[in-house]
Design a binder for this molecule. Structure first.
Ligand SMILES: Nc1ncnc2c1ncn2[C@@H]1O[C@H](COP(=O)(O)OP(=O)(O)OP(=O)(O)O)[C@@H](O)[C@H]1O
Ligand SMILES: [Mg+2]
Length: 1020
């Protein structure tokens, strides 16, 4: 509840004790209005719950709510009937005390609904097992039965309880319900025979007609239409839109099964009998009543249904036997008396059937040998009633409320006083109106209104309602709370009738009309009817109309004194319990939601004595809470108590109050509770707390975030440590394994090495494999990459043969590769080289040198001159050209020339002027001679006939290349000759020249004195 202190502007205060202006009825009503407009129907006055009927289903009675209210502190949640129920249930269990919840309020204010919610809550919050489930079911199912027989539609409530009900729920030591007991008060029996316009008889009549099957109705000889029955048609509203009689009848039938009723048939026979009785009419024959012929059938049916003699019933309905001085006198009744007797019979059998029903339910709720530990009583009883015209019923009801108020005062004050005493706080006397004086006025022996009425009823002579009024005036006329027309001062007298008396109740004054007081108090059923009923075979009647009653000489107790004594018993019952209160208010007379009729509510607030309630509750202190709760809530407001107070909580409260600057008169600190006198003191504290809460929230958020991060960091750190420890272990394991396999490998290797010389055996197999593999791997890395590279890794002894094979294969492979990748041009070059090899290898000393130099197409010092090109025959192409020194055949002078070889001829041009000096067609060539030494002299031999110049002696650095090229181009390789030390050459004119070849220190080509050409070359 504390949590809602903040919203008080909009929704008012949740506890009336917190109203600053607690004596103002207007403020009180305004608070109720504010709250009910927000659909907050519950408000406390201390521990009293005030409930405003919402007249609409509210979503506050769900399983979720039942759960939410369980076991929580009464003040922590918004006010609710569940909070009261929970508080009562917990206190009963914890303190081992009996409790009762008193529900009061006007008709239609929601008492019965509240009692159902309480019962429902008690059955949910208590522990469960099959047995308990059974009794819970019976407790809950007793309601529809009671409501069918005891409730009716009235102007004020479509489901008005027409009796007072007190119900005990008995719990065992585990807090599980094990039994129950119901007491009923003052059933409004007059309704059976008469209803005001717009009202109905008890629900069961309509339900039975609507819901019973055809067969049953036929047996009971009933028709479905309620308007066929005098007892149902009086109110002229048999059908009500808000009521579904057919469906309700099924509910009742089911409930009767749960509650276990074998006598169902007898019960409905009585219900039917009442309807038939209502239709019995009387004729007047000379002052004597006789049953009308056309309604005689109803009497017969009644006789059948109740299993009594028809004659006897007819006589009893029309006669009255009086026993005086042991002599019986039977006299006929007149028509009015007969009608009275008929109605009295209807009322009596219905009333007794109702009592019997309650007895039956009680039987089914009986503990049956189980032991009960504690109980919770629920009192759902009519509230103060004040109508335009108030009669005996209102008198009884209001008397009941006086008694309840007396109980409330006594218990509340007692509780207050006890609390003060227990808390060690000085008792401050509370001023209140003690209504004991009014209770005495009504119930005092011999002097009270009830006894005076009884006396008047019993006295011989002709007592009437007015003689009773007179008697009252004589006896209690001087009482300050009593006044009649004749006793009143003129001003008051104007407001009263002659046959009225007025009582000044605690809740206000009520004027009663004495008309019918005597009759109603007597509730007379003529002896003949009683006798007939006690003779009847109907099972219910057998148990309710006992023979002893007829034979007894004692006068039956009057309704008034019966009511008084049952009330006093009730008070005793309630006094022995811890009470809680639910005060119900209805916000309007039209059963409408969202309509708040101020004057109607004001009226109820007054008659329920709520202002008086509040005054008593607020007389001392508005607010009280245990030290723990107070310190816990407000400790943040004082540095000494925040976050925790080190000392006792009592000291904590003191420190807090001093810090908050509470004035001495504003509060008291008891042993376990703090008492705050004015709401404003509490509100100021609460407002400060709300402001502080924001700061606290920010602080808590920061702390929480920090803590959360810290936790996260811790978790991560732990994870890291764990992972790295695992990882290190894995690494160490791996290393160990590695070392182990390493050591094994080395050991195996050494053994293998030691046994390497042996034939393959397990000891050396691995080693040998290793040697092989490693040799192959070595080979792989060191393979010769060129065909010219003749190196090869040295094989171990075991692999010599393999190595040879591999070497050959590798060579073949390289050669194949080499050949594959060769271009046609390169192939030509190679073929030239091959030819050169075949011509000169091992024949000429300079061959080795020439081998390394690839052949070229041109070896010119400068490009060929156009002139030279013009000299070449058309269609021929220079296929080889080189600069040469030409030695003429006579003087052997060296002349620079260009030798160009075409497909047909060899041209020799002057290197300077480009003149063609000589041309030898290939077909004329007879030889291409070179020496075997390392000189580069080349002689192109051709016959010197037909003016041809004869042999051409040339030299350059490429004699082998030139010779090979010419041999290839001319297509005459076999012309090539490698001569020895000398050779002859042809000169023009048939002469011969001689060339000598010799090895020497320097290369030189000179003409010797003997005219020979001496060619000296450095040997290589
Ligand atoms: N808490 C509630 N929520 C919704 N509707 C309610 C509530 N309380 C009462 N009512 C409505 O008001 C009607 C009358 O309530 P209820 O029968 O409890 O009144 P009562 O005080 O027992 O009257 P009476 O004295 O005539 O028996 C109910 O039938 C229901 O429609
Ligand atoms: Mg009711």
């Amino acid at each position: 509840m504390e949590s809602a202190l903040t919203a008080r502007d909009r929704v008012g205060v949740q506890d009336f004790v917190l109203l600053e202006n607690f004596t103002s009825e207007t403020a009180f009503i305004e608070n109720l209005r504010k709250r009910s407009s927000e659909r907050l129907i519950y408000t406390y006055i201390g521990s009293v719950l005030v409930s405003v009927n919402p007249y609409r289903p509210l979503n506050i009675y769900t399983a979720y709510h039942q759960e939410k209210y369980q076991g929580v502190n009464f003040y922590e949640m918004p006010p609710h009937v569940y909070a009261i129920s929970d508080n009562v249930y917990r206190s009963m269990r914890n303190e081992n005390k009996d409790h009762c919840i008193l529900i009061s309020g006007e008709s239609g204010s929601g008492k019965t609904e509240a009692s159902k919610y309480i019962l429902q809550y008690l059955s949910v919050c208590s522990s469960n097992n099959d047995k308990v489930e059974h009794i819970k079911n019976r407790l809950l199912q007793s309601n529809p039965v009671l409501e069918a027989f005891g409730n009716a539609k009235t102007h004020r409530n479509d489901n008005s309880s027409r009796f007072g009900k007190y119900m005990d729920v008995q719990f065992d030591y585990r807090g599980a319900p094990v039994g129950g007991h119901i007491l009923n008060y003052l059933l409004e029996k007059s309704r059976v025979v008469h209803q005001a316009q717009g009202e109905r008889n008890f629900h069961i009549f309509y339900q039975f007609l609507e819901g019973a099957d055809d067969e049953t109705l036929r047996r009971m000889q009933l028709k479905r239409n309620p308007n066929d029955y005098a007892y149902l048609s009086g109110g002229k509203c048999a059908r009500v839109p808000s009521i579904n009689d057919k469906k309700d009848f099924q509910t009742v039938k089911n409930a009767l099964k749960v509650v276990d009723f074998p006598e169902e048939d007898s019960l409905f026979s009585i219900v039917s009998s009442v309807l038939h009785l209502g239709n019995v009419c009387f004729d007047d024959s000379g002052g004597k009543a006789t049953i009308s012929n056309d309604t005689m059938s109803h009497v017969r049916i009644v006789a059948v249904l109740l299993d009594c003699k028809c004659d006897q019933l007819v006589t009893a309905l029309t006669h009255r036997t009086i026993e005086a001085n042991r002599e019986k006198m039977c006299s006929p009744l007149n028509r009015d008396q007969a009608m009275y007797a008929r109605d009295a019979l209807s009322k009596a059998i219905y009333g007794r059937m109702f009592d019997w029903l309650i007895n039956k339910i009680n039987g089914s709720l009986d503990l049956k040998g189980q032991s009960r530990r504690n109980l919770i009583g629920l009192l759902d009883i009519y509230g103060f009633e004040i109508f335009q015209r108030n009669s005996f019923e209102q008198f009884c009801i209001n008397f009941c409320n006086e008694k309840l108020q007396q109980l409330f005062i006594r218990l509340t004050l007692k509780q207050e006083q006890e609390e003060y005493e227990a808390e060690g706080i000085a008792w401050e006397p509370v001023e209140y109106f003690n209504n004991q004086i009014i209770c005495d006025l009504v119930e005092q022996r011999h002097k009270g209104i009830v006894d005076i009425l009884d006396e008047e009823c019993l006295r011989p002579g002709d007592p009437t309602d007015l003689t009773f009024l007179k008697k009252l005036e004589e006896t209690v006329g001087k009482h300050p709370h009593f006044v009649t027309h004749s006793l009143a001062d003129p001003k008051v007298r104007k407001t009263m009738q002659y046959d009225e008396f007025r009582l000044q109740h605690y809740a206000g004054e009520v004027t009663y009309s004495v008309e019918g007081f005597l009759d109603k108090n007597n509730d007379l059923l003529f002896r003949d009817l009683k006798e007939t009923m006690s003779d009847a075979g109907n099972a219910v009647l057998k148990e309710t109309f006992l023979k002893a009653e007829v034979t007894s000489l004692k006068r039956p107790e009057t309704v008034g004194s019966q009511f008084r004594s049952s009330l006093n018993k009730l008070m005793e019952i309630l006094m022995s319990k811890e009470p809680s209160y639910v005060r119900c208010i209805k916000p309007n007379d039209t059963k409408q939601a969202d309509k708040f009729d101020d004057s109607l509510v004001r009226h109820q607030v007054k008659y329920l004595g709520l202002m008086e309630n509040l005054r008593v509750r607020r007389a001392g202190f508005a607010y009280r809470r245990t030290h723990e709760i107070f310190v816990k809530r407000y400790k943040s407001l004082c540095p000494d108590t925040w976050p925790n107070y080190r000392g006792s909580t009592r000291e904590g409260v003191q420190v807090l109050c001093s810090y908050l600057d509470y004035k001495e008169d504003e509060y008291r600190i008891g042993k376990t509770k703090i008492f705050i006198r004015f709401p404003r003191t509490l509100f100021a504290t609460e407002d400060a707390f709300q402001a502080r809460k924001h700061e606290l929230a920010a602080m808590m958020q920061a702390t929480w975030r920090g803590y959360w991060q810290w936790k996260k960091y811790q978790r991560m750190r732990e994870a890291v440590t764990k992972i790295s420890a695992h990882w290190r272990r894995i690494l160490a394991q791996r290393l160990k394994e590695k070392r182990k396999t390493g050591a094994q490998a080395i050991r195996k290797f050494i053994i293998g090495f030691m046994n390497r010389g042996r034939a393959r055996c397990p000891e050396n197999a691995h080693f040998l494999d290793f040697v092989r593999i490693s040799y192959l791997q070595r080979c792989k890395n060191k393979l010769p990459t060129s065909v010219l590279d003749k190196s090869w890794p040295r094989p171990p002894a075991a692999l010599i043969e393999t190595a040879k094979l591999l070497e050959t294969m590798n060579m073949q492979n390289m050669v194949r590769k080499y050949v594959k990748q060769m271009t046609p041009e390169r192939k030509i070059v190679m073929e030239e080289k091959v030819l050169a090899s075949s011509l000169f290898k091992d024949k000429k000393e300079s061959y080795g040198e020439s081998l390394r130099r690839p052949f070229a197409e041109k070896r010119l010092n400068e490009p060929m001159k156009p002139k030279m090109m013009s000299m070449i025959e058309a269609g021929e192409k220079v296929m080889y050209a080189c600069s040469v020194l030409k030695y003429d055949r006579h003087g052997y002078h060296a002349r620079p020339r260009v030798l160009a070889v075409t497909s047909k001829s060899n041209y020799l041009f002057d290197a300077k002027d480009g003149k063609l000096k000589q041309k030898i067609a290939h077909e004329s060539l007879t030889g291409l001679s070179v020496s075997s030494l390392s000189d580069d002299l080349l002689v192109l031999q051709a016959p010197a006939e037909n003016k041809e110049k004869g042999d051409m002696i040339v030299t350059n650095d490429y004699s082998i290349e030139a010779a090979t090229k010419i041999a290839i181009i001319s297509g005459k390789p076999d012309l090539v000759k490698v001569v020895g030390r000398n050779m002859q050459h042809d000169m023009a004119g048939g002469k011969k020249g001689e060339i000598e070849f010799a090895a020497g220190q320097e290369n030189s080509i000179t003409k010797a004195k003997n005219g020979n050409l001496i060619v000296i070359s450095r040997s290589r």
